[in-house]
Ligand binder design. Structure first.
Ligand code: TRP
Length: 451
């Protein structure tokens, strides 16, 4: 792959490819449950502020690093400074933690697709349907295995292009459907309370945990702080406008996350009341709430089936590109063939994914820090490793390669409008805030300060 590094074709090619990989379960599943849990409006506000400031600076940096060096993460950091080679490795650890549990959720989506296709909508709308499902020892593991296998087979035979093409048709339909479902949700009796909760920030709920959660979500959803955007940048043409592309990707990704929140949060109020408990469901929120929405809808079975099919595609494009990343990391590192690398990654995903899946049922005694295994992996990657990678990247760019080098790369095609803002962000604001947030959140978690 290194020798014949291709480029994205067309003006929109890069943006579509990057956005296609960025949009996935992060937007549809993770964003709404975090927003519901962390105070609604205040989470949304913090997220938006972080996206235009911090997310913007970090995405510019990563894409520029890739385009400048024409290398993926490990090589890119090393090429610019040998001492920072470890940062390339560190960022590669993140997709290894994320992918297995991403595929577990993918399996849940697959299950819900079959539920709707077989017309079990009212069963699925029952309160404990989801819990009964994930606590079983067999079914969730089987769906997970099918999902993983699907992804690895695609990567093994290099047919990602086909999936990508399909998802280019599916993605716009998904967006239209999300808007439609959101409008339907908002029209349910009692839903307006939820709209208020989601759109009006309650500043008394502002604290470091909210900021940390919003930031982790930003990294996750935009595939930042894990070397991915460096790889994407390495395929970007010099003629493409980098700053504009970043803005478009961010707008697209954030727009879909926002709509997903509007689809799910009002429904939580309409169907389950807006209690702390209903809002704090975490990873299961989408799976508990949406079937209730579809159940109360005319033709809900069909709408639900189509919807989960589209979500499956959005999830697949993301997990395939995650799997592809893992495969290329091991094949580059160890010089293995594609076949061998795929086999090793498959074994790895299965070995880690099964305990994650069983962690909700028979193996729920494995609960590091009182979290389910899925929540634990999610926490370690999004709230610990990614902020650390992001911090080191800021230090690396701000003080070692210097912001100027990135600015020059951006300016190859046209002015960099937010140049000054970028420099201040990457050198001072971002690193200081990152450290502060991490320290605060750790102190909160240890109960040193109470909120
Ligand atoms: N951003 C993706 C989502 O929102 C998840 C993701 C994280 C991802 N890292 C990735 C997707 C790398 C593709 C490649 O679901």
């Amino acid at each position: 792959m290194e020798q014949q590094r291709g480029s994205f074709t067309g003006k929109l090619g890069f943006v579509l490819a990057a956005a296609g990989s960025a949009v996935g379960l992060g937007n549809l599943w993770r964003f709404p449950y975090l927003a519901a849990k962390y105070g609604g409006g205040i989470f949304l506000l913090v997220y938006l502020i972080l996206a235009v400031s911090f997310g913007f600076a970090l995405m510019i940096t990563e894409i520029a690093l890739g385009r400048k060096t024409r290398l993926s993460a490990i090589g890119a950091y090393e090429a610019l400074n040998r001492k920072f080679r470890f940062l390339g490795y560190l960022s590669c650890v993140v997709p290894f933690i994320i992918t297995p549990y991403y595929c577990v959720i993918g399996g849940w989506v697959l299950k819900y697709l079959t539920v709707f296709v077989t017309n079990q909508v009212s069963e699925a709308a029952a309160d404990d349907f989801f819990t009964n499902f994930i606590t079983q020892p067999g079914a969730p593991v089987v769906f997970f295995l099918i999902y993983v296998l699907l992804g690895v087979v695609v990567v093994r035979f290099g047919v990602e292009k086909g999936i990508e093409k399909a998802s280019r048709i599916m993605m716009p339909i998904l967006i239209v459907m999300t808007v439609f479902i959101a409008i339907f949700s908002m029209m349910q009796p009692g839903a307006m309370e939820g709209v208020k909760y989601y759109l009006m920030p309650d500043f008394s709920r502002f604290n470091a945990t909210t900021v940390l959660a919003a930031m982790g979500q930003l990294f996750y959803s935009m595939s930042l702080a894990m070397g991915i955007m460096i790889t994407y940048g390495s395929y970007m043409k010099k003629e493409a406008n980098l700053e504009q592309s970043v803005r478009q990707i961010e707008l697209f990704d954030t727009g879909i996350a926002f709509m997903a929140g509007l689809m799910i949060i009002p429904a939580v109020f309409a169907f389950s009341g807006g209690s702390e408990e209903a809002l704090g469901k975490g990873p299961s929120l989408m799976f508990i709430t949406l079937p209730k929405v579809f159940d109360s809808m005319k033709f809900g079975t069909v709408v639900g089936a189509v919807f989960f099919l589209l979500v499956l595609f959005a999830a697949l494009t993301s997990s395939i590109s995650l799997t592809e990343t893992l495969v290329s990391i091991v094949s580059d590192k160890f010089g293995w063939t594609r076949k061998k690398s795929c086999a090793v990654i498959l074994i790895f995903l299965v070995a880690v994914g099964i305990p994650v899946s069983l962690g909700f049922g028979v193996w729920s005694f494995i609960a590091p820090f009182g979290m389910s295994l899925l929540d634990f992996f999610d926490f370690i990657s999004n709230s610990v490793l990614m902020p650390i990678v992001a911090f080191l990247t800021c230090v690396f760019v701000g003080y070692v390669v210097k912001a100027k080098a990135i600015i020059e790369e951006v300016e190859i095609n046209g002015a960099f409008k937010f140049k000054k803002f970028y420099t201040v962000m990457i050198k001072y604001i971002a690193p200081v805030c990152l450290v502060a947030i991490l320290i605060f959140a750790i102190m909160e978690a240890m109960g040193v300060i109470t909120v």
